[in-house]
Design a protein around this ligand. Structure first.
Ligand code: GRF
Length: 206
């Protein structure tokens, strides 16, 4: 899995894009052997898309409303990824589920970040789910994407405490700071270390 040339990656986002920026900054610092070949958004006014343009990165806007069915939208995204030569995909707040056929095209080369310690609290509002459940710690998970919802093999997790007076926003902010460390770390390790999948488990090492 290690290589001397930077691996071309695409980042898919729908919103703020702070995880995208954390990845871009880590790459610029030479901490991750990747280059961002494309930033794709399905949302025209996503702040992350504006930031990518500001950074001079190649971008593609593929609005899902204009492309109707999921297959048609994904076909357009796949075309853009192929044209950019992207080999890995980092989902960074991309609010679309990927179809099994899309996932199969990039098998074990799609990463996602989720603001909970998976497999706890998948899906929407994980910070709210954590507060409702009364857990004392939560955190974030970077995982490979499979056909399920937030269910692929786990690459990196980081833990944060839940404070007595936390609300959804304060817990989300504490988790987000760790997300910005976890995502570059996960991508760096996957691109520079040997790893394999055994069952549901991702194991580093030869
Ligand atoms: C993050 O909390 C991420 O874990 C989740 O969506 C949020 C995206 O935030 N999947 P940002 O757009 O990266 O700032």
């Amino acid at each position: 899995m290690s290589s001397s040339r930077p691996t071309p990656i695409a980042v898919l986002l729908s919103g703020r894009g702070s995880n995208f920026v954390a990845l871009a900054e880590a790459i610029a610092r030479g901490e991750v052997p990747a280059r961002i070949a494309l930033v794709v958004s399905n949302i025209e006014d996503a702040a992350g898309l504006a930031k990518a343009r500001e950074l001079g990165l190649p971008t593609a806007l593929v609005p899902h409303r204009e492309h109707g069915a999921r297959e048609a939208h994904e076909a357009r995204v796949l075309e853009a990824l192929a044209a950019a030569g992207a080999e890995w995909i980092c989902l960074a707040g991309y609010m679309r589920l990927l179809s099994p056929s899309f996932v199969a095209r990039f098998r074990q080369r799609i990463l996602n970040i989720h603001p909970s310690l998976l497999p706890a609290f998948p899906g929407l509002h994980p910070q709210r789910q954590a507060l409702t459940a009364g857990v004392r710690v939560s955190g974030c998970t970077v995982h490979l994407v499979d056909e399920g919802l937030d269910s692929g093999p786990i690459v990196v997790q980081r833990v944060v405490p839940v404070a007595e007076d936390d609300d959804e926003a304060s817990l989300a902010a504490r988790i987000l700071a760790e997300e910005h460390r976890a995502y570059p770390e996960a991508l760096r390790r996957l691109l520079s270390e040997p790893w394999r999948i055994e069952g549901r488990r991702l194991r580093f090492g030869a």
